[in-house]
Design a protein around this ligand. Structure first.
Ligand SMILES: [Zn+2]
Length: 527
């Protein structure tokens, strides 16, 4: 047998153990180690002693939002509101009067002066339309020129327009961001395609070969009702460079005729697609953000005795949507961050599963951030998949500690204890909320330190091997793809990253780089 390629002179971590070479035929692994080396091949690739791992798989990211946001005014490095205003003014000076000035990535926890407000933005960019997205995506600040165009008399349920001294500050939280829709929605499909192209180039350079997009088609994170068309177009034109599973915003599911239940037209649901582009779970938002202090908590945020956050939709309608999607055969991924939201979502899953049991449902809780011990037990016994973001502890950890107080930190973004409880653990970034480079995340999952260096529930740290397994096998499992992805074994897709050294050594994690990335057996990125 002649294979397409043999990759050799490497250490290959297959997910189960270590071997030395890998042979590829028709995009799949056909042999490993000595068996691979002995095959004749159309090409032999010397990996120069590199360390091969299964391609990284980001189980929750926002690829279109990230890719398009590369054009925004970057605000994540700002440390005061004045720096934010300066950045806005600098960009505004380059644009025609009346243009949009769009910024993203600010975090009020990191800004002297807190959230930017409309008065500051009015001064920074007179005559312009300004909107700045919070790093969480759960809130937006606008200037007065934008505010004047919003229908403030009809603020959607599950959101609020923040006021100070009786007038709006410009801060729109959660569903109140939908007030901007008449001005900004939908994004042209061609722009979404360009965003996907830019994002996927960067992903390949970071060793990512598969992603799951956490919500298309509607809701707070959707770009356009035709978003799947953007993915198809990106795929057809070769600019979608990583395998993608798209979650569908719950708001676009609807009743279908006859007894077809609840879903999309044609009865389309989870699982349709192929190795490159697949329809994944229905994505539903229960609540908001922890650093933004809008998520639904059992007890108030630290220092804010009247604030326990809120739900994005009424609790009954959340349970009803979960029940209907479950009955119609969807996999469900529900965003729940606060401990009260997690309780309500667990109740809803438990009721749906009791009413119509389904083996291997793989329903998920996205973020699953503040997880009390009793709820951890319930999560595991229901067979649910928590989908926490390891890197949040670093970039958002100090803000999360401020919101929770020390006593609740041990419940926050738990990793080790969900594995110990028997759950399968995927790994993800929620990019662009934080830097989504997997090598950074592996270090954070192993070290559990905040940006200021403080330990953050260090008992939740993973071993390097557990972290790597989460970023490969765990994520594949979370989207029913473990038969094709997640480990390097004969029969599976030949998706892998070539690293400069072993990520299994904690001490080496800081110095690692990605040397190459292969999807379907073909090196599509080389450093
Ligand atoms: Zn997200």
């Amino acid at each position: 047998m002649k294979v397409d390629a043999v990759y050799e002179n490497a250490t290959v971590w297959t997910g189960e153990g270590v071997t030395s070479a890998l042979a590829v035929l028709h995009g799949r692994v056909v042999a490993l180690g000595d068996d691979a080396r002995q095959l004749s091949a159309r090409s032999r690739v010397d990996l120069a002693g590199g360390f091969v791992v299964p391609g990284f798989h980001d189980a929750h990211n926002h690829m279109a939002w990230f890719g398009m946001g590369l054009d925004d005014v970057p605000l994540s490095d700002c440390r005061s509101v004045e720096e934010v205003y300066d950045a806005v003014a600098t960009r505004a000076a380059t644009l025609p009067a009346g243009s949009w000035v769009v910024g993203s990535g600010y975090d009020q926890n990191k800004l002297a002066g807190g959230h930017p407000d409309r008065h500051g933005l009015d001064r920074a960019a007179p005559g312009m339309l300004v909107r700045l997205k919070h790093t969480s995506g759960h809130m937006t600040v606008v200037n007065s020129a934008v505010l004047d165009q919003l229908d403030l008399a009809h603020v959607p349920v599950g959101g609020d327009v923040v006021h100070a001294d009786g007038s709006p500050t410009g801060l729109l939280r959660e569903q109140a961001q939908l007030l901007l829709r008449p001005l900004t929605y939908p994004t042209p499909v061609s722009r979404v395609v360009r965003g996907l192209a830019r994002a996927s180039e960067q992903y390949l350079a970071e060793g990512i070969t598969s992603v799951q997009e956490a919500g298309i088609g509607g809701g707070l994170v959707g770009e356009t009702p035709a978003e799947l068309a953007a993915y198809q177009q990106a795929r057809d034109t070769g600019v979608l460079r990583v395998r993608s599973t798209v979650m569908v915003a719950a708001s676009v599911l609807h009743d279908l005729p006859d007894d077809a239940g609840f879903g999309l037209d044609l009865g389309l649901r989870t699982g349709l697609g192929d190795e490159w582009l697949r329809v994944g779970p229905m994505k539903l938002f229960a609540d908001g953000s922890l650093v933004g202090r809008t998520c639904a908590m059992h007890d108030p945020f630290d220092g804010e005795p009247d604030n326990r956050g809120y739900f994005q939709v009424p609790e009954e309608s959340l349970a009803r949507t979960i029940r209907r999607a479950h009955d119609a055969g969807w996999q469900i991924a529900t965003h729940a961050i606060g401990d009260r939201a997690i309780t309500v979502v667990l109740d809803a899953y438990e009721a749906a599963l009791a009413a119509s049991p389904r083996a291997d449902h793989r329903h998920r809780i996205e973020h699953c951030a503040v997880l009390q011990p009793a709820e951890l037990t319930r999560l595991a016994s229901l067979g649910l998949i928590p989908s926490p973001q390891g890197r949040f502890v670093n970039e958002l950890g100090d803000g999360m500690r401020a919101a929770l107080g020390d006593a609740r930190v041990p419940w926050c973004y738990r990793l080790r204890s969900v594995l110990d409880a028997g759950c399968v653990l995927p790994a993800s970034s929620d990019r662009p909320v934080v830097n989504g480079a997997p090598l950074l995340a592996l270090a954070d999952m192993v070290r559990r330190r905040t940006a200021s260096g403080a330990p953050f529930a260090p008992e939740e740290a993973l071993t390097p091997e557990q972290a790597l397994r989460a970023y490969t096998y765990g994520s594949a499992y979370a989207t029913f793809a473990e038969r094709d992805l997640g480990t390097l074994e004969p029969g599976k897709l030949a998706d892998f990253a070539v690293l400069s050294g072993s990520p299994l050594e904690e001490s080496a994690l800081d110095d690692l780089s990605v040397q190459g990335t292969a999807v379907g057996g073909e090196l599509r990125y080389q450093a």
